[in-house]
Write a protein that binds this ligand. Structure first.
Ligand code: EPU
Length: 417
């Protein structure tokens, strides 16, 4: 298994191009299933999770070609209605095959995703929503069998604005004759990106970017040409890295509007941030102030930035409280950060970080994607050598991480075992 070796203590300087968003590319890829013909997606990041989604779709009969960051997905013929356990267990977003297949074929057999490193992560809202649309759901041998022959437009209120449930219900609603009204839908930019793609495909949708979507289903759909929005979490990760290590870094190809709360909190923490249309410049002296955060659904502070914020706060002069209200248990990075010298005390879903500490390099272990990102941030600022093992987690969501960091002046290399 590959390791990342970081010799920390160097300031970061220069420009870094932010890739297309993993969490937008995945639902956009799934949406290709809805329309016969070839859809083109641009700015697709080169990531393990994108490859996994590609395998899920190829298994359904799609033909997929790549040319750099351009992906062509031909959904002319669908040959299978099944997303197998072997693929779904490696990536929860494979569960988007459920809505996509119901939307295209009116039926699906999709493995239940199961839990993950930080808790059960249920899919009850996805299933209740499909049932509200008239889809018959059965569980057999760990698989969801969905029968959408009697599907029709309906009103459904999501009890929580789940990103995944919003995506699955939108995909299925495309085929439900009549009007579907989804209330309390997620407003994450990645969900809005899907709404815009579905409108371009020929689904009349009102309410883009709001919590209520009115979807007119049952139209025949056409393939489209779409650009994946920039990855706000990759951007936030580089922002936090520059903040803790110190330096002057410009993020290129970003949408600052998607990062407004992170930018506001970073300014409170003492970073100098300059925004332009597609760019964000971060200047950091490395002297930081403590800033509390609480994760919320968009436009609140993203849970996917919680781990990186904890790493940043190890350098702040005083105590900060970081609370995750979306995932109570998403703190597997904390014991690893403590191994690097961080002072963190956990109380339920709140981490109290006290700084500033001078982090010292040590061997640590990746436990999930964003936890790993926080270890990279800490390792870049730490004195000496940090060895991060199990970095396949990082490869799920960060494109060419060591290359991008090296270009900013960091001493980072991958060791292939
Ligand atoms: N929830 C339910 N029932 C459901 C669905 C969700 O109770 O049927 C709960 C979850 O347990 C959780 C909350 O709702 O407490 C939020 O879950 P959500 O469904 O919104 O998350 P997701 O769709 O599974 C996506 C991202 C995650 C990100 C979350 C929250 C993708 C592929 N994944 O997951 O991204 O943390 O939204 O913003 O878009 C990551 O990129 O590292 C990552 C984990």
């Amino acid at each position: 298994m590959d390791k990342l070796i970081i010799e920390g203590g160097k300031q970061l300087k220069g420009e870094v191009k932010i890739a297309g968003a993993k969490n937008a590319a995945l639902p956009l890829m799934a949406a290709c299933v809805l329309a016969p013909g070839e859809t083109t997606l641009r700015n697709v990041p080169d990531l393990a999770d994108v490859n996994t989604m590609g395998r899920v779709l190829e298994n359904l009969g799609l033909r997929i070609g790549h040319d750099g960051d351009v992906m062509a997905l031909d959904a002319t013929t669908i040959t299978s209605d099944t997303a197998p356990y072997e693929l779904v267990k490696t990536m929860r977003a494979s569960f988007y095959a459920l809505g996509a297949l119901v939307g295209r074929l009116g039926r699906a057999k999709v493995s239940l995703p199961g839990g993950c490193a930080w808790g059960p992560r249920p899919v009850d809202i996805h299933l209740k929503g499909l049932e509200a649309l008239g889809v018959k759901i059965e569980l057999e041998g760990g698989y969801i069998l969905a029968d959408g022959r009697k599907m029709r437009g309906a009103r459904f209120v999501l009890e929580f604005p789940s990103v995944g449930a919003s995506v699955n219900l939108m995909l299925a609603a495309a085929a439900a004759k009549g009007e579907t009204i989804l209330e309390n839908v997620a407003r994450e930019p990645e969900v809005t990106a899907l709404t815009l793609m579905m409108i371009a495909m020929g689904v009349p949708i009102e309410g883009t970017g709001t919590t209520t979507l009115r979807i007119e289903g049952g139209h025949s759909l056409n393939p489209v040409d779409m650009r994946v929005i920039p990855d706000r979490i990759e951007a936030g990760t580089y922002l936090a890295a520059a903040g803790l290590a110190g330096g002057d870094v410009t993020l290129v190809d970003v949408n600052p509007e998607h990062l407004s709360i992170i930018i506001a909190k970073s300014r409170e923490a003492g970073l100098k941030i300059t925004e332009a249309k597609n760019r964000i410049r971060i200047q950091s002296s490395g002297h930081l102030k403590p800033v509390d955060i609480q994760t919320e659904v968009f436009p609140g502070f993203a849970t996917d930035m919680q781990a990186q914020w904890i790493a940043l706060m190890t350098g702040a002069n005083g105590s900060s409280l970081i609370e995750d209200t979306i995932y109570n248990d998403r703190f597997t990075h904390v014991p690893e950060l403590i191994r690097l010298g961080a002072h963190i005390v956990m109380r339920d879903n709140v981490a109290q970080v006290t700084g500033p500490v001078r982090l010292e390099g040590a061997p640590v272990m990746s436990t999930d994607l964003r936890a790993s990102a926080s270890l990279v941030i800490a390792g870049l600022a730490a004195r000496g050598k940090t060895e991060i093992s199990r970095i396949y987690h990082l490869d799920r969501g960060y494109e060419r991480l060591e290359e991008k960091l090296s270009a900013l002046g960091a001493r980072v290399r991958r060791e292939t075992a």
